[in-house]
Design a binder for this molecule. Sequence first.
Ligand SMILES: Cc1ncc(C[n+]2csc(CCO)c2C)c(N)n1
Length: 226
Amino acid sequence: MTLEQSDLFPRLRAAAGEDWTRYTDHEFVRALTRGDLAEASFRHYLQQDYVFLKHFARAWALAAFKADNLADMRAATEVLDGLLNHEMALHVDLCRRWGIEAEALERTPEARANMAYTRYVIERGLAGDLLELLVALAPCVIGYAEIGAARHAEAGAALADHPYREWLETYAGDEFQGLAGSVAAQMDRLAERHMAPTRFPELAATFTAATRLEIGFWDMGLQQTL
Ligand SMILES: Cc1ncc(C[n+]2csc(CCO)c2C)c(N)n1
């Protein structure tokens, strides 16, 4: 399924209103796309993102625990496996090329914006069901796919010699686009089974909160705060 065919995600995105735009059209994203984002900001972001990915792996492990059928358990462990055994290694390589060695990554002090975001997502999963957790994860997974596709296209010919080409290619790539589509489809299946119409506002509040925490993550990168 493509994102356009999904049902719940566009409703959540619409409910997030301006916050969704503030996330996907953030100055960090604009500067990265133009190629003039300060390198120190990108390094700070990369280093924090390493810590972020570890906690997101924990959130996907929680998704496997919260699942009540094999298909949902497999979907969660596939993302977990991809993160732990593929994306983390790519991230460590990318960091090394940007001058951040593996030992420095391990010693990264966790920024408050980073902590707030990952722990919020995990808390939503602990307190709620799998749908609640996937909705908290959606701004990350589906948002980055949306940002990647749009910004990769926008950079266009400038990509030939672009400092952030690899980042843009990663999130515009088939793998992440496919992952976003399958998470959107999984949310739709769960919503069909578990979502009373009266539950939508609650889910929208979780989605908007996670979107605002993504904005905080860009701010943290841009301002290099801890
Ligand atoms: C702050 C922040 N938000 C989102 C992503 C993107 N992302 C992280 S894990 C994953 C796939 C599985 O959840 C995706 C798309 C990121 N790297 N950093």
